[in-house]
Every structure is written in structure tokens, then in C-alpha cells.
Design a binder for this molecule. Structure first.
Ligand code: ADQ
Length: 463
């Protein structure tokens, strides 16, 4: 019999990307993205297994061990990628769960593929998990897995965590085959969300859609009790602090500042290029501040790092085109030879470089229209051991509930973003420290380990 594991994570993606060298040799490197930054340290410390896709269409490579984890790759065909991943996950569920920031597309073949792929993930997890073991399923691509897994392996403890928002009842009701998705989640013993409101939406829905009778933080279903609670995710604070204290990273931060023009104040945006992140609203606000003379190209510069993401999905290609057009417009209108008001980097970045940018930035600008949490906000705060820098943060990011002394904004209101940017740029050192200190205390006291311990503790799994 093949080896089994007491603790298994199931997520759409493995925590690594395959890198193929010129000579054809294959290696793996840690992949970017919120989910991976969050989970890798925990699986490693449990010596557990991780079931997920490699990120490339085609047959699955053989399972392998790396970094103290057993990785079990799932193969997705080109059709699976089109229909399960880019279709149902990112074209239907993602926009609907983010308050219809974009219009979701509903297609029957996508739903079918979603179900088929979810079943394959559930079967792999069922094969890999030891008797009485624990499985932790992640995110919106795998909403059906908990129920499928329970059917195959009623002996397991099953936890599910949703990294993105859970929509209000009226929105969820728009989904075709909505009851099936809800029953999928109810296969778990514990369903975790970023915010208490999301857990309430979910529990309320079990009453509305299935006629169940939710009480406080749980609901009885199929002879079991399913608990739904908020577990706000966080970051590996020690990792960020270590990088921020590194003399090489600090030197890089000074180099970045000098290169951008020593005295100019640095505004920074770091996001996956996604329509939920409010990058266009941010650029619009910045452009208007330049137009009305509140800021000038001589004293302010915006660095916008946008990680390529889901680039085969049409909405993302269109977003990229719009963002790049706006960057071009602002630079064309307000730039000077050798001095641009926006530096736009459409690329993924190493952790050192990212933390150097956090250290260099006077104002971190995070304006999602809707975001489950937003780890960049917490990374920025964790990096600022000098208690300096200002955080402009959308009220619609989960992180806003914990980072209350940020310059909070309504990202749907460009005037409000402008006001917050101007206030943040004017904050003196004392005000910056006064705002930064409580945020740093909050993030340091609630890091990723605590998140995982809280979730797994509530699931009844010793950590
Ligand atoms: P994401 O939408 O991917 O995550 P976020 O929480 O901001 O968003 O995490 C992004 C991560 O990627 C951060 O760790 C950041 O450092 C890294 N990153 C961003 N741009 C990068 C770049 N150019 N190069 C390298 N790294 C980069 C989803 C949800 C969020 C939720 C997380 C975790 O949408 O709301 O916070 O999962 O639950």
C-alpha cells in the first residue's frame, strides 16, 4: 500500500512552480501568491502532504518530496484549465464572490468540468490520507471537495478555508446549482472565512437554501455539526522582519530611492494584476492629483508592481491594456526626460526586492474594490521596523478590520482616494509612528502560525 499522511492540504495549486532550464532539466521554485505565502511554512512543520496542480496543462509529474513536504501533483488537461480553472473558478465564482466587480459568465460545460476536477482532487486526497487523519481544503476552486471527500472517507476530519470573500445571500442565490455548491462546503467539519460577516452569510444561506436551522456559529447537517467561523489569515512575520533587517535589503531600499530621485516621495502599489485590486481607481486618483497640482512629478513618484495573473482570461487582458494605457497617459502628460511619475513593473518579484520596496516606500497604496484579506498590507506593516511609512488601505479589504489606524478609503470614491493619498503624504514622522505602531503590534501578535493553530485547533487537530 502506498504511503499515507496524517495531514494533507488540498489546494488548486502546489506551492511550487516548475522551472525548465535550457538543457531541459526541471526544477521547482516557490510560487508567488497569497495562498502559497500563507501555507508553505505550516505544511512543512507538519511533515504533511500537499495535493495540487503544477500550473501547467498536461499529465501530472510523479509525486515528489521537497522542503519537508510530500507533493502530489494533479494533472489538468488544456480543456480542464479552460473550463474548470479559467472558466468556472475565475470567470464565474471569482467575480460573483467579489460582489460582481466584473460580470460573471455562466456556462454548463464549465460547471461540469468543475465537478469532474473537484472529484479527482477529492479522490487523490482520499488515497493519500491516513486513517482518522486531517485534510485541509482551500479556496473557491474546490468548493465541492469537502462533500466528495466525506463520502469517500467518513473517518477524516475535514476543514475548509475560503481565502476570498463569501457573498451576501442574494448574490450567492444567482449561481446555477447553488445548493450543490453549498452542500459541497457542508461536507467539512469546519468552514473558515476571513471575516465574521462571511461566516454569517454562509450560515444564513444554509437556512434560506436548504431549510437548515443555523445556531450561533454552527449548523446541524446530515447528523453532524458544521462550524463556520472567521480566521483572518496573516503572514510569516518573522520572514518579513528578517528580510527588512538585512543590510543588503536595506542598501537596496536606499538604492531604489536614490534612483527614483532622492527627494521624491515614493508611493507604492503591489498587486496581482486583477480587476478586484482597484489599480485603475488608484491611477485615476493619482492622475487627478497631478492634474490639479496637489502633487507634482518633481516631488512624488508612484511605483506600481503588477504580477501577471490569469492572462489567458479575457477580462484580465483587457484590464492590462487599460492599466498600461493609463500609465502611458500619465507619463506622457506629466513626465520629463529621465523622470516619469509612474514606474510600472508587470512582473513577479523576489522577496528581497519586494521588502526593499516596502522599506523604500513613503506611502503604500492598497485600494481593492473587494479583497478577502490582502497580505501585502500586512507585509508592508511588518517590514516597517522604523515605525515610519503610511498605509492607504481600502475599507473593502479584509485587512482593514485589523489595521484600523491606516488611512482607510472607499476605493469606489476617487475623491476619497485623493484625500487619503494627500493626507498620507502630509503625515509627519510622529503621525506615521502613531498610526504604524498599533498596526505592527496587531500583525506581530497575529501571524500565520497563530492563524493555522487557531484553525487547526478549532478543527480538533493537534498542532
Ligand atoms: P491574492 O489575491 O493573491 O490572495 P494578497 O493577499 O495580496 O492577494 O497576496 C499576494 C501575495 O503575493 C503577497 O504575499 C505578495 O507579497 C505576493 N506578491 C504580490 N505581487 C508580487 C510580485 N510582483 N512579485 C512577487 N510577489 C508578489 C488571495 C486573496 C487575498 C488573501 C490571500 C490569502 O485574494 O484576499 O489575502 O489569498 O488568503
Amino acid at each position: 500500500m502506498s504511503q499515507t499522511y496524517e495531514f494533507v492540504v488540498v489546494a488548486n495549486r502546489l506551492p511550487v512552480d516548475e522551472v525548465v532550464a535550457d538543457d531541459g532539466t526541471r526544477t521547482w521554485s516557490r510560487s508567488p501568491g497569497g495562498l502559497v505565502s500563507a501555507l508553505q511554512p505550516i505544511v512543512r512543520s507538519h511533515g504533511g502532504a500537499w495535493v495540487g496542480w503544477t500550473g501547467q496543462p498536461g499529465d501530472a509529474p510523479e509525486p515528489f518530496d521537497t522542503d519537508g513536504m510530500h507533493l502530489h501533483p494533479m494533472g489538468l488537461s488544456t480543456d480542464d484549465v479552460d473550463q474548470y480553472y479559467e472558466g468556472q473558478s475565475n470567470g464565474t465564482i471569482w467575480p460573483l464572490f467579489h460582489d460582481l466587480v466584473e460580470q460573471p459568465t455562466h456556462r454548463r460545460p464549465w460547471r461540469q468540468a468543475y465537478e469532474t476536477v473537484n472529484r479527482r482532487f477529492a479522490e487523490s486526497a482520499a488515497d493519500l490520507t491516513a486513517a482518522g487523519g486531517t485534510v485541509w481544503v482551500h479556496d473557491y476552486q474546490l468548493l465541492l471537495v469537502p462533500a466528495m471527500l466525506r463520502e469517500l472517507r467518513p473517518d477524516l476530519r475535514i476543514g475548509f478555508f475560503l481565502h476570498i470573500p463569501f457573498p451576501p445571500v442574494e448574490l450567492f442565490m444567482q449561481l446555477p446549482r447553488r445548493a450543490e455548491l453549498l452542500r459541497g462546503l457542508l461536507g467539512a467539519d469546519l468552514v473558515g472565512f476571513q471575516r465574521p460577516l462571511a461566516a454569517q452569510n454562509f450560515l444564513q444561506l444554509t437556512g434560506r437554501l436548504l431549510g437548515l436551522d443555523p445556531q450561533d456559529d454552527h449548523v446541524e447537517y446530515d447528523g453532524r455539526s458544521v462550524t463556520a467561523r472567521a480566521f483572518p489569515i496573516s503572514i510569516d512575520v518573522a520572514e518579513v522582519e528578517k528580510l527588512a533587517a538585512d543590510p543588503g535589503v536595506q542598501a537596496e531600499a536606499r538604492r531604489i530611492r536614490a534612483e527614483l530621485g532622492g527627494d521624491r516621495r515614493l508611493l507604492l502599489g503591489v498587486d496581482r494584476l486583477d480587476y478586484t485590486k482597484g489599480i485603475e481607481q488608484r491611477l485615476e486618483a493619482y492622475g487627478e492629483l497631478l492634474t490639479d497640482g496637489t502633487v507634482s512629478n518633481d516631488d512624488v513618484v508612484l511605483v506600481q508592481v503588477a504580477t501577471p495573473s490569469r492572462m489567458r482570461v479575457q477580462e484580465y487582458q483587457e484590464l492590462r491594456a487599460r492599466v498600461e494605457r493609463e500609465v502611458g497617459r500619465i507619463n506622457g502628460e506629466f513626465g520629463a526626460v529621465g523622470q516619469a511619475p509612474v514606474h510600472y513593473l508587470f512582473q513577479s518579484m523576489g522577496r528581497e526586492e519586494l521588502v526593499a520596496l516596502y522599506l523604500a516606500a513613503d506611502v503604500m497604496v492598497i485600494t481593492p474594490l473587494r479583497d478577502g484579506m490582502n497580505l501585502v498590507a500586512k507585509e508592508y506593516v511588518a517590514a516597517r521596523h522604523d515605525d515610519q511609512g503610511a498605509l492607504v488601505l481600502s475599507e473593502f479589504a479584509g485587512a482593514a478590520a485589523e489595521l484600523e489606524t491606516a488611512f482607510l478609503v472607499n476605493p469606489h470614491d476617487v475623491e476619497d482616494i485623493k484625500r487619503a493619498l494627500a493626507d498620507a503624504l502630509h503625515a509627519d514622522a510622529a503621525e506615521q509612528a502613531e498610526r504604524m505602531r498599533p498596526m505592527r503590534a496587531q500583525v506581530r501578535g497575529h501571524d500565520i502560525d497563530r492563524w493555522a493553530r487557531d484553525f487547526l485547533g478549532a478543527l480538533g487537530q493537534p498542532t
